[in-house]
Ligand binder design. Structure first.
Ligand code: 5AD
Length: 343
């Protein structure tokens, strides 16, 4: 009975490492898994998809992650920073379009000091009291996570990238440690943020056992959100010549995670949409319930390039959002107008 493991995951929400591995390596479970995950999401969220307005506010980064296009060592990037006013304009525009969550994402940019970032967060909090503020700009001291939270931020996205420390060291230079990454995630949770971890599927040197470790980590950490997308090479990085991660494996992981953590907020990611014209829809049909359209100004969009051929699920204007709405309608879903908190 191929459905046995899927049934167990559906009922108990956890499997042994050996069972996760069996699901990952054996394609016979794919359709049952996907169906169960889709049903699980429908049961909890109905056919509503949450939207988050993504604002890529700086592509400066002090880090040199081997996979990432905006790594400090990439001299071919034209760097930019949005001002507080630029960011507030993006939010105003997003609010009018119906967004009730803003995601401030950026590289680890020293010029955005604690004071400046807290001022930006406070301003958004004041102008949009009914909106959630999600932050995503990497590893910071706990005290800074705390002040940003006190300024009004609600959520933080920090992908763990891989649960295996040795694999982590193959993706990052020596000054970055897996230990600190994980510590940051626990700090964020203790402070009271809704926290997202996540990983790239098919990153260089990743094994199936690594993916099993990622699932076990997710099971222990119990994140509120999980960001999963395929690795996609960027031409100006040390990983330029590695191949992209598998769409099938990405979809399978989305389904497993939906069944492990039924209420988790699970985006159908830009990376998935970049590898497949209907990647966004495929992600939702595999159990995802969030889409993150880009609200950044055009000047930012062309320069915030983590990997090549990045797609843009549009919200530049009402029309782009209408296109997204139509695409979701076509597969039986609608856009929710709520904040979409974890609960
Ligand atoms: N391919 C896919 N995802 C990437 N990220 C960074 N570079 C790439 C790439 N080349 C992801 C990382 C990071 C998030 C912001 O983007 O997982 O945490």
């Amino acid at each position: 009975m191929y459905d046995d493991i899927v049934l167990k995951l559906q009922k108990e929400h956890r499997l042994s490492a050996a069972e996760y591995k069996e699901l990952l390596v054996n394609p016979v479970y794919d359709s049952a898994l996907q169906e169960a995950a889709r049903r699980q999401a429908l049961e909890i969220f109905g056919n509503e998809i949450y939207i988050r307005g993504l604002i890529e506010f700086t592509n400066y980064c002090k880090n040199n992650c081997y996979y990432c296009g905006i790594r400090a060592g990439n001299k071919n990037v034209e760097r930019y920073r949005l001002t507080k006013d630029d960011i507030l304009l993006c939010c105003e525009h997003g609010y009018e379009l119906g967004f009730r969550t803003f995601v401030l994402q950026g590289g680890e940019d020293k010029l955005f000091t604690e004071e400046i970032l807290c001022d930006i967060v406070s301003a958004i909090r004041k102008e949009f009291p009914d909106c959630a503020i999600t932050l995503s700009f990497g590893e910071l001291p706990r005290s800074m996570y705390q002040s940003l939270f006190d300024s009004g931020a609600n959520r933080y996205l920090l992908r763990h990238e891989t649960a295996n420390p040795i694999h982590y060291s193959k993706l990052h230079p020596e000054n970055l440690s897996h230990e600190n990454r994980i510590k940051c995630l626990y700090d964020l949770k203790e402070i009271g943020y809704q926290v997202g971890c996540g990983l790239m599927v098919g990153s260089p040197y990743q094994t199936v056992d690594n993916l099993v470790e990622d699932l076990m980590f997710i099971g222990d950490f119990k994140p509120h959100m999980v960001g999963i997308g395929p690795f996609i090479p960027h031409k100006d990085t040390p990983f330029a010549h590695y191949s992209a991660g598998s769409v099938q494996m990405t979809l399978k992981l989305l389904s497993i995670i939906r069944l492990m953590e039924p209420r988790v907020l699970l985006p159908s990611t830009t990376a998935l949409a970049s590898l497949m014209p209907d990647g966004c829809e495929q992600g939702i049909l595999a159990g995802a319930n969030v889409v993150m359209p880009n609200l950044s100004p055009d000047i930012a969009k062309s320069k915030y390039i983590l990997y090549n051929n990045k797609s843009s699920v549009g919200a530049q204007d009402a029309n782009a959002l209408l296109v997204l709405r139509q695409r979701l309608n076509k597969i039986g879903y609608t856009i929710s107008n709520s904040r979409g908190d974890y609960n």
